[in-house]
Design a protein around this ligand. Structure first.
Ligand SMILES: [Zn+2]
Length: 221
């Protein structure tokens, strides 16, 4: 799971953050992709995942310029499920996993290993779309609140949620994030994105730490 910048992912991981350093070969807007009937289930799952988050943050899509399917090369071709590009304000999923059943299997393997939170009654495609929308949301709220960037706002949100759940001592936030998922320990941005994925996939069954993070995000909306 190494760190190519913040686009790190592995073992069925989800890339996040800037997308910088990823081997992106091409991207297609999902609505263009949907004209191929083979892509209908895939594109509809991406959009329903995105909508799940947007319903709570109605102006979020003002900050998302593109929702794409991307072809990746090299090691990223199979290790990256999706990414968020800060510079291009783009949420993208990996075209390699455009078969929703294949994505379900891949995602479930990562859940079984503790790398990602349960997808609840969502598809793996929706879960990944929700995770990437979590980055877009953090970026959106960072701009809205005047934070320097999404990393700074992520830290603020995690610190507040940690305190709200009774946490004491800043150095313990990594272990606290680990209650959400293994990948959530990567950095503050991934903590927030994994919490968003947990919350919008699992609802009331989401971990209390995920609920606390989403509650803090809602306060900023
Ligand atoms: Zn991420």
């Amino acid at each position: 799971m190494g760190g190519r910048g913040v686009g790190s992912a592995g073992g069925g991981g989800i890339a996040g953050g800037s997308g910088v350093g990823l081997d992106i070969r091409s991207q297609t807007d999902v609505w263009s992709a949907r004209h191929n009937p083979d892509n209908a289930d895939y594109v509809d799952a991406i959009n329903s995942g995105a909508r799940a988050v947007q319903e709570d943050f109605p102006d979020l899509m003002d900050s998302v310029e593109h929702v794409n399917t991307a072809t990746l090369g090299g090691a990223d071709a199979s290790s990256v499920l999706g990414f968020y590009s800060r510079s291009e304000k783009t949420v993208a999923l990996n075209q390699r996993y455009s078969d929703v059943d294949v994505m379900n299997t891949t995602y479930d393997q990562s859940v079984a290993s503790g790398f990602h939170p349960s997808r609840g009654n969502k598809t793996g495609t929706e879960a990944v779309a929700i995770h990437e929308m979590g980055h877009a949301l953090t970026d959106h709220l960072a701009q809205k609140t005047g934070a320097r960037d999404l990393d700074e706002l992520s830290k603020t949100v995690v610190d507040r949620a940690y305190a709200a759940t009774g946490g004491r001592g800043a150095r313990a936030t990594k272990a606290w994030a680990g209650k959400i998922s293994g990948y959530a320990k990567t950095n503050y941005a991934e903590t927030v994105a994994e919490a968003v994925a947990d919350f919008y996939c699992n609802g009331e069954k989401a971990h209390a730490n995920s609920k606390a993070i989403v509650a803090e995000l809602k306060k900023l909306a």
